[in-house]
Design a binder for this molecule. Sequence first.
Ligand code: HEC
Length: 159
Amino acid sequence: MKKLSLVLMSLIAISFMITSCGGGSQPAATEQKGPNALPADVVAMMPKGEAIYKAKCIVCHQATAVGIENVFPPLANADYLLTDKVRAVAQTLNGSKIEMIVNGKKYTQEMVPQVDTKEDAVAVINYVLNNFGNKAGYVTLAEVQGVEIKPRTAPPAAK
Ligand code: HEC
């Protein structure tokens, strides 16, 4: 049994080595290599994430994602963001109104919900995790499956 799993492990390792050498096929232009390589589906959602960031987040978190000290927290090299990617997706979806310490500074302002779908939230968070100097991996839709989309504040009733 031990021997069999050893053989299996080395077979898997060898096949990984072969596939990571490309096996002769040309990788797509956007495909990344190396230890920080992102899966193709994550690379594919980057333009959407960028568009959302530029349309929505930039006003507060700024063009370089450094935020505004003690008002809007940074998303670039932010310890708070990098410790919990699922929480970041949930905050983007549902907003956040808590006291938080980001890179040693306190933030207490409210962020209202920014996007309506998990797809959009995942796309923009993955964009943030891989831009502004961040090289922080990615989050998947499957990982945020348990995140509840809270009901939005109801629009004023028509009279
Ligand atoms: C109107 C200003 C505003 C906009 C627009 C905004 N945010 Fe925020 N954001 C805040 C504030 C204020 C906080 C702190 C909230 C708190 O203290 O609970 C915050 C916190 C966060 C956090 C957690 C803190 C951190 O440093 O990781 C994330 C992640 C985040 N925002 C992502 C986004 C994304 C992504 C967008 C665009 C889709 C966005 N925000 C748009 C104001 C904003």
